[in-house]
Design a protein around this ligand. Structure first.
Ligand code: BJW
Ligand code: ZN
Length: 247
């Protein structure tokens, strides 16, 4: 099937649909200049993101891990949402029961105007007390540029940590529950994710098992490509724009 035919097939499915769920990953922010985790450009100062995104790495060297997050906060603050974020924001108003589950912590979906985003892996703009002193909320928003790394908890003086989900940590129960509900949909799309990190990687297949038509948009093949009903090879900002024009 040509890419044009695949785009038309997805548009045809979407016309008249009501319950549409989209699961996004780092690839949707690539065109905004935010590096993805895996593949070329994923390295930061010779460290693999997988080696930094763990509680053990933070305990060992909180300053190093915070430097990585501070660098990413700076990149995201200077970036703009791209056409992929914009189309999904339009769809959040077009489809009566649209849900967006993102693994991204950058907040670009919200900045593009999508409300009710389910943040599966937390937010780059939130922090929590590493020592869980209990005198602060479980997680709170803090968009400051910290002059000292690691930043300190105002209540106990201990380290603050980024408000994100690292490997080996549980997904926020509210995000997990909202995602489970969102899988009862007619169409479920995976956009810009390598589909290797669980439990997020299992969401689209789970929607398919509940009867949804499933599709993937990614320039590269992933472990999900063979499992979805339709795999469209191409960048999200281009493919989503073309699908939107055909609705
Ligand atoms: C484009 C594009 C363009 C490029 N357009 N596309 C075996 C089975 C099941 C689970 C496990 C297992 N072994 C270990 C686990 C657990 C582990 C896991 O899945 N590991 C695997 C790697 C094997 N999972 C966990 O630990 C999770 N928690 C958990 O399981 O808890 C259990 C538990 C229960 C109770 C108590 C305690 C524990 C947590 C996972 C957390 C992941 N965190 C990170 C960091 C978040 C913070 C931060 O951002 O710093 O999340 S890791 C990183 O990977 C980040 C991402 O959200 C996530 C997914 O990456 P994503 O988005 O797919 O990006 P990439 O870079 O991989 O791919 C980009 C894609 O874009 C590529 O495909 C490109 O081709 C494409 N692309 N340009 C469209 N223009
Ligand atoms: Zn504290």
């Amino acid at each position: 099937m040509s890419q044009d035919e695949a785009v038309e097939r997805l548009a045809e499915r979407l016309r008249g649909a009501s319950r549409v769920t989209v699961v996004t990953g780092a690839g949707v922010s690539a065109a905004s200049g935010i590096p993805t985790f895996r593949g070329s450009g994923g390295l930061w100062r010779n460290h693999r993101p997988e080696d930094l995104a763990t509680a053990a790495a933070f305990a060992r060297d909180p300053r190093l891990v915070w430097e990585w997050y501070a660098w990413r906060r700076g990149l995201v603050a200077a970036a703009q949402p791209n056409r992929a974020h914009e189309v999904l924001a339009l769809w959040s108003r077009r489809f009566p029961r649209f849900r967006l589950i993102t693994q991204n912590v950058d907040g670009l979906h919200e900045r593009a105007g999508t409300s009710g985003v389910i943040r599966f892996h937390g937010s780059l703009w939130e922090v929590s007390c590493w020592g869980a002193c209990g005198r602060m909320p479980a997680r709170w928003r803090d968009e400051r540029t910290f002059d000292r790394l690691p930043p300190r908890c105002d209540a106990c003086g201990g380290w603050l940590r980024p408000g994100v989900v690292w490997f080996g940590e549980p997904i926020d129960p509210e995000a997990l529950e909202a995602s489970g509900e969102a899988l009862d949909c007619e169409i479920c799309l995976a956009v810009g994710t390598s589909a290797v990190v669980y439990p997020a990687a299992g969401l689209v297949t789970a929607a398919g098992a509940r009867g949804a038509f499933t599709a993937e948009i990614n320039p590269e093949a992933t472990p999900a490509s063979a499992a979805v009903d339709l795999a469209i090879a191409g960048p999200a900002e281009d493919v989503l724009d073309r699908v939107d024009r055909r609705l």
